[in-house]
Design a protein around this ligand. Structure first.
Ligand code: TRP
Length: 362
């Protein structure tokens, strides 16, 4: 069986370090591993509209931001199809048919949807489109017969729901048209949910606690130097805490032993640095300087590639157009198989028309 990757992002803002360690970096590794027959990365504008339907310009403007972020981290259009979800109208059709296979109570139990409903204060008036987006996400995944879906941990309930839809479809229509996907989550648990620079649970645009992939060096430095650390670590000599200390969480996600040799040779590795910090006698500024250098080393080539792509924006739209066309072809093929299995392919089915003729002419 072919190995196929599908994953995506909602274009509601520029991508940040949380996206990078949680998913983008891995995608590039997977892309370059040569292990996959096809790779589709989706800019999920239709999904983003489920809770931004009244602000379409926000989505429209962020499509190019996300595309630039993709290209700048090293996603390569020669190996990866980057596509815009809403243009692949086959996905909407699939969603309509899958909706028959999902109950309202099952959607209500989806933990991701539950959390998001709370977050958006939708409790009493949930838009149907938002409520049913897990079904649409199942279409995104199955339309490409994806075997592998690299995502953050928060998306696991979506993949589980997709697998249920696949099983239900294949048993109901007695076929093996749809493929059950596996989620691929970050190896390092820190990477699954990078906290914000303010130490809160998640890097999120609305909280203003993000370091963006497109931030310049000066901005990154300012953000790192003002990061939340340990409020009980007042004097350098005070013992400090590394748990819940965002600077150390980021170092966990990014710093390698080589980084220590290059930027902070007083310590061999992060464990040594943590030990000193915990004991007391190590100031926040030194840790933050290291962190800035580590992050900046990671972001510098990304920034440089972005600057190149920014020079020719029409070419970036062209990349999306090509990727979307290839995606449409794949989705149309699956839709045709789905309709065949559901026995709603009337005009493609010669035997149907003949059979009906015989019924009437006995
Ligand atoms: N729900 C995902 C997110 O919020 C984005 C997404 C849309 C997605 N369709 C997808 C992810 C299909 C994986 C597979 O990040």
């Amino acid at each position: 069986m072919s190995k196929i990757i599908l994953t995506g992002d909602r274009p509601t803002g520029k991508l940040h370090l949380g996206h990078y360690v949680g998913s983008l970096k891995r995608r590039v590794e997977l892309q370059n591993s040569g292990e996959f027959d096809k790779i589709f990365i989706m800019i999920a504008d239709a999904q983003a509209l489920t809770d931004n339907f009244d602000n379409p310009d926000k989505i429209r403007d962020n499509i190019i931001e996300v595309a630039l972020d993709y290209l700048s981290v090293g996603l390569d259009p020669a190996k990866t199809n980057m596509l815009i979800q809403s243009v692949v109208t086959e996905l909407t059709e699939l969603t309509f048919y899958y909706a028959n296979l999902v109950t309202v109570s099952r959607l209500e139990r989806n933990p991701t949807v539950k959390t998001e409903i709370k977050l958006r204060n939708f409790e009493t008036s949930i838009p149907v489109g938002f409520f049913t987006y897990p079904i649409s996400q199942a279409s995104d995944i199955t339309a490409f017969k994806a075997t592998t879906v690299p995502v953050g941990e928060d998306q696991l309930p979506m993949i589980e729901q997709t697998r249920e839809i696949v099983r239900k479809f294949n048993t109901t229509y007695n076929c093996d048209v749809l493929v059950e996907p596996d989620a691929l989550i970050p190896k390092n648990s820190v990477c699954s949910r990078l906290p914000g620079t303010d130490g809160t649970a998640k890097m999120s645009k609305s909280l203003g606690n993000c370091i963006y992939l497109s931030d310049d060096e000066k901005t990154v430095k300012e953000k790192v130097m003002s990061m939340f650390t340990d409020p009980t670590h007042i004097q350098v000599s005070d013992p400090g805490h590394v748990e819940g200390n965002a600077v150390f969480t980021y170092l966990d996600a990014f710093a390698t032993d080589e980084d220590f040799a290059e930027f902070c040779p007083d310590y061999k590795n992060l464990d040594e640095m943590k030990e000193h910090y915990t004991k007391g006698g190590l100031g926040d500024v030194k840790c933050k300087k290291l962190l800035f250098n580590v992050i900046n080393k990671e972001l510098a080539p990304i920034r440089a590639r972005r600057a190149e792509f920014e020079k020719d924006i029409p070419a970036v739209y062209e990349i999306l157009k090509k990727g979307t066309e290839a995606a449409r072809e794949a989705a149309a093929q699956t839709l045709s198989e789905v309709k065949g299995a559901m026995r709603i392919n009337y005009f493609d089915d010669e035997a149907l028309i003949q059979g009906q003729q015989e019924r009437y002419n006995g």
